[in-house]
Structure formats: structure tokens, C-alpha cells
Design a binder for this molecule. Structure first.
Ligand SMILES: [Zn+2]
Length: 465
């Protein structure tokens, strides 16, 4: 078997592995590079990849950095099945359509600039139409059901506990008379999410491709994150300020809503009474759609969620913002409030408007509840810059900036280590899906402390196993 690393190699985004077995050629994930211009420039397919020659795709979860180039694959001739879990199919549908729209809008802007510079217009990476076309190829499977892919190849999904429907792909193959297994971790959850179960442990595998987003970091404990979040919201309420929570529309937003709901329902004190009075605005149509999908799939979620009945994300003080006019009106609303809006790294979406209107106010509190990629607006604000540029305007950062890391959808260093070292029989471990420092730190740790044969592959590198 040969594997080529077409993304997430010394990068966090762009997850895509091209696998050639004796009889099949397939991809594990087909994600988009996100971040700065050098990263997004990598989104054109590797020149030697022929989408029409790919037999199928094994999709681990719906996040765009794992699914976002599927429409490009279909546009360029792919006609096979895209395996995924049932919730992943539903989430991928809304995320891919949204991604198609974003590409169209960004392309329009780009072409206006090109026109002024006397350059020919270019096509978007793909459109919403391409995304809709892609949805028909999604093929849902249950966790734990072995899918036969031919005489020498089969695979099954295990719950990765990272996002609704997220999975670990366990692929069995036979070569030269020997039965082997390779596991692709996908993104692994941190085991302390209120929504997700623990990532399933894998008993035995010969090879492993593992993520390392937080390969060199530890998260806050579960109780601290709720207390910290509530304390910041109540502090802002006291100061008559606005709390901005840039949040990924799918997954993190539902976690935040549930965390607040959970706090109100499980605490009988002054704080919980106050918290239930703070107006909370959910200002993201995508987050709203995702919350509906989450509400329908409690069977795939934690035991705790099931005890909250039909609508674990419904709060009395929650206001849903659908229309742009209502989102703009929030800028003129001077009372204390919480605004949860996408995108999570502040690179796009309505959060940029809210930041523009509130970052310069000392009684604004910005709470980062997720990973901030290198060179994103979110990372800049988080690292304490004094001013930022938002929509061609210089904005002073006078707001109080907070980071609550316990919400991360990713396992931290200890959790990753426990998960990897629980797998018996590993001959080789490929460490991917992390920034350079994190991937190499984690690979070295597994090698020196646990004697594992680890390797951090380079982008476009082929390895033979
Ligand atoms: Zn993910």
C-alpha cells in the first residue's frame, strides 16, 4: 500500500490522503486548506492527481478542512461513493453549500480587483451548484459496520468524539498474504465535551495516521471552562458591555449553547439567575441550520444530552438572528448582551462586523473558544495586537480578550498520547494535522518516551507501508 500526503502535512488544514492498495485507489478526506494566501493557494489539486481515477472517498467528518474540496473533486470528474456517517452527510450538505457560496462571493471580489488591474477574470474554486452536485455521492454508514470494498480491502468507522458524526477510519487490507490494518484518526475529540462521547479506543493496528493539532498543549478542565465562561459573561453584564464569541457554526456553537443551558439548569444560585437574563443572540444562519441537525441526532451524542430531552440547545434568553438587517441592528443595541457568531477564526461572516463595531470599546469582552489558525484575524487579536484591520478600517483593540480552551474539539497532548499508546502492534505512526512545531514535538515524544517509530510526512510525499 502506498500513501501520498496531499494535505495536513505540517499543516492543520487541507486533510487529504491518497491511498493506493493492490486493487483500489482512494482518498481519506478531501479537505480544503484554510488560512493565509499561501495556504489557500494549495487548494488546486496536486498536478498528478486524477479525480476520475479515484474509486471512492472515506470521509472522516464534515468540517471543511476535511470535506471542503469534495465539490472540486466532483467538478473534475470523480464519480464514486463518498462514505461518511449519517449525521456527517447532513452536516456536509449545509457546510459544502455554504463553502460554495463563500467561494462565489470571494471570487466576485477578486474579479473586481482583477478587472481594475486589467487582468482576465478567474473561476471560483467551486460554486454552490458544484456543492449540490456533490451531495448525491455521499453514502452513509453506521459506526462499527464493516464495509466490504473488494477482496482485499474493507473498512469501518469508529466514533471520534470530535463533532456530530465524526469518525476514525479503520481500514483492513491484505498484501503479500498478510492481513494488515491502518487507522486514520481523523480529528479526535477531547473526551470532555458535553455533546460527544470519548473517542473510541482502537485495540490493535499496524499503522496509524494521527492528528496533532494540540500535540504540544494542555486544555483546561471541564468545570473550569464553564465557570470561566459564565464569569466573563456576568462581568460584561455588570459593565453593560457586549460579549462576542467567535464560534464555529457547527459543533462549537452547540457546545456553547449547551454549556450555558447546562449551567442554568444545574445551578441554583445568583449567577445562574443572572445568566438566564442576559440576552444571547445567535447570529449565524449556518449555526442555526447546524443546531437543527444536532437536535435531530441526539442518538449520536452523549448520555448527558439525552437527559436534556427534545431541545438541549433551547434557552429562554436565546434570540435567533436570521436576516442581515437584524444582524446590523445589533450594532445599535447598546444594552448588555452576548453575540455568538461565525466564523470561528474571525476570517469571514458576520463576526467581522461585530468586531468592527465593538473591539474599540473597553467594556467589550471577546471570548475565543476554539483554535485560531496562524495568521488569522482571531490569532492576531488573541496575541494582543493593539490595532487590527477589518474591512479596510483600522480598529483599535480596547476590548478585553479571553481564551477558554476547555471547549476545544481536539484531544490535547495527554489525551492524544493515551489514545495512541493504547493501540497495540503499531509498526509506524505518521503524525499529521498540526503546525510544524506541534507535529514534530508530538512525534518526538512518542518516539523517545514510548519507543514508537514515528514520522512527520512532508506535503505531497509518498510513503510505502
Ligand atoms: Zn475537525
Amino acid at each position: 500500500m502506498r500513501i501520498q500526503f496531499l494535505g495536513a502535512a505540517e499543516h492543520v488544514t487541507g486533510s487529504m490522503y491518497h491511498v493506493e492498495s493492490n486493487s483500489k485507489r482512494f482518498l481519506v478526506d478531501c479537505g480544503q486548506f484554510q488560512g493565509n494566501i499561501e495556504e489557500t493557494a494549495l487548494n488546486a489539486f496536486y498536478k498528478e492527481l486524477d479525480p476520475s481515477a479515484i474509486d471512492f472517498v472515506i470521509l472522516t467528518h464534515a468540517h471543511i478542512d476535511h470535506s471542503g474540496r469534495l465539490p472540486l473533486l466532483v467538478k473534475q470528474g470523480f464519480k464514486g461513493k463518498i462514505y461518511c456517517t449519517y449525521p456527517t452527510m447532513q452536516l456536509a450538505e449545509i457546510l459544502l453549500r455554504d463553502s460554495g457560496k463563500i467561494h462565489e462571493v470571494e471570487n466576485e471580489w477578486e474579479n473586481k480587483k482583477r478587472k481594475r488591474a486589467g487582468l482576465e477574470p478567474i473561476d471560483p474554486l467551486y460554486t454552490e451548484e458544484d456543492a449540490i452536485e456533490t451531495i448525491q455521492y455521499l453514502y452513509p454508514l453506521e459506526y462499527g459496520k464493516l464495509m466490504d470494498l473488494g477482496k482485499d480491502l474493507s473498512f469501518e468507522y469508529k466514533n471520534a468524539g470530535h463533532l456530530l458524526g465524526s469518525s476514525i477510519a479503520v481500514i483492513h487490507f491484505s498484501e503479500a498474504g498478510a492481513d494488515k490494518t491502518i487507522v486514520f484518526s481523523g480529528d479526535l475529540g477531547n473526551g470532555t465535551s458535553f455533546l460527544e462521547e470519548q473517542p473510541e479506543f482502537i485495540e490493535k493496528s499496524d499503522y496509524l495516521v494521527v492528528e496533532s493539532t494540540y500535540g504540544n498543549r494542555s486544555h483546561l478542565g471541564i468545570s473550569e471552562r464553564g465557570e470561566k465562561l459564565v464569569a466573563i459573561i456576568l462581568k460584561a453584564y455588570e459593565e453593560n458591555g457586549t460579549v462576542l464569541i467567535p464560534s464555529f457554526a457547527v459543533g462549537r456553537t452547540q457546545e456553547i449553547l449547551f454549556e450555558i443551558n447546562h449551567y442554568i439548569r444545574t445551578h441554583d444560585n445568583e449567577e445562574s439567575k443572572l445568566l438566564s437574563q442576559v440576552p444571547i443572540y445567535l447570529d449565524s444562519p449556518l449555526a442555526l441550520d447546524a443546531t437543527d441537525i444536532y437536535s435531530k441526532h441526539s442518538a449520536y451524542m452523549s448520555e448527558l444530552i439525552k437527559t436534556f430531552g427534545e431541545s438541549p440547545f433551547k434557552l429562554k434568553n436565546l434570540h435567533i438572528i436570521n436576516h442581515v438587517e437584524d444582524s446590523i441592528a445589533l450594532n445599535f443595541n447598546t444594552s448588555s448582551k452576548v453575540i455568538i457568531s461565525a466564523s470561528g477564526m474571525c476570517e469571514a461572516g458576520r463576526i467581522k462586523h461585530h468586531l468592527k463595531h465593538n473591539l474599540w470599546k473597553p467594556n467589550t469582552h471577546v471570548i475565543f473558544v476554539g483554535y485560531q489558525g496562524e495568521e488569522t484575524l482571531g490569532r492576531a487579536i488573541l496575541t494582543g495586537v493593539k490595532t487590527v484591520r477589518i474591512m479596510d478600517q483600522e480598529i483599535a483593540v480596547k476590548a478585553k480578550i479571553h481564551e477558554v480552551t476547555g471547549f476545544s474539539g481536539h484531544a490535547d497532548e495527554t489525551q492524544l498520547t493515551n489514545w495512541v499508546t493504547g493501540i497495540k502492534g503499531l509498526e509506524k505512526v505518521f503524525v499529521t494535522h498540526g503546525e510544524v512545531e506541534s507535529s514534530h514535538y508530538f512525534a518526538d515524544k512518542l518516539k523517545t518516551e514510548y519507543g514508537l517509530d514515528t514520522y512527520v510526512p512532508k506535503l505531497y510525499e509518498w510513503v510505502e507501508i
